[in-house]
Write a protein that binds this ligand. Structure first.
Ligand SMILES: [Zn+2]
Length: 259
């Protein structure tokens, strides 16, 4: 009987420690690592039941609801520490999901095995992108495509914890260098949504085996630098930008600038 009581008390101490200990920025302690592994399994099993299109636009709350109280608490404190203690310069945009997302069918790129997969954009961004697409095609005969469009903060949350466990050895500090914290990606911005653009051959400047230079050399890129603003698209991270982010010639966000 006494032994059981001791065991029970020991269990309580472990639970309390897990609950109240703040996550370690450099490397999660073993208790927190176990919890992150377990929440990743729950996210996976939640997502696997959804259709492809719903996986990209899942709400963060919906994912979090698949967790128990301890997992949820640890997940939220990891995200909080990632936001406040890692020194990232990015802006927090929003966790809201646009109501008017429009699906864009997957594109199979020429001379390549790669496909874009189904993508989404909010209606206003979709309309302007279509106009821009038609215009570059009629002026230069060069098609451009949405390689990556809207991604929900929920999708970003799933990716954040997956990379934390699988790629970055449970180091929050390391993880934020490679993957945007949910709510901080321009791809999750409900209004000023970012689009990663590829040409007809799938050249985007960031896929495996490519560099930004490959996109910068394209006639499509030079057309964009001259004309994209007519359709409310702007390069978010030009060369030597003051946000400390490397040059991303493929990444353009929608913005209505004052007239
Ligand atoms: Zn991008």
């Amino acid at each position: 009987m006494e032994n059981l009581l001791i065991l029970f008390l020991f269990f309580l101490v472990i639970v309390a420690l897990t609950y109240f200990l703040p996550p370690d920025l450099k490397k999660l302690i073993w208790l927190h690592r176990i919890i992150v592994r377990s929440l990743n399994r729950k996210f996976e099993s939640k997502l696997i039941k959804l259709e492809d299109k719903d996986r990209i636009i899942i709400k963060q709350q919906e994912l979090m609801d698949s967790l128990n109280a301890i997992e949820k608490k640890i997940a939220l404190s990891i995200l909080e520490i990632a936001r406040s203690k890692t020194g990232i310069k990015g802006k927090f945009y929003s966790l809201d999901i646009p109501e008017d997302l429009i699906p864009i069918p997957s594109v199979k790129f020429r001379d390549s095995n790669r496909e874009s997969g189904i993508q989404y954009l909010p209606a206003h961004v979709h309309t302007d992108f279509n106009k821009m697409q038609e215009s570059i095609l009629s002026e230069t005969s060069l098609p451009i495509h949405v390689d990556s469009g809207y991604r929900s903060p929920g999708r970003q949350t799933y990716l954040f914890f997956k990379y934390l466990a699988e790629d970055n050895a449970f180091s929050i500090k390391e993880n934020v260098k490679w993957i945007a914290i949910p709510g901080f990606s321009e791809h999750s911005h409900p209004i000023n949504t970012a689009v990663d653009i590829a040409n007809d051959f799938g050249i985007n400047g960031f896929s495996e085996g490519q560099s930004g230079k490959d996109f910068e050399k394209l006639d499509e890129y030079s057309w964009l630098t001259r004309n994209a603003s007519k359709y409310n698209f702007y390069m978010s991270f030009p060369e030597n930008n003051d946000q400390g982010i490397s040059f991303e010639p493929w990444h353009w966000h929608w913005e209505q600038k004052g007239s």
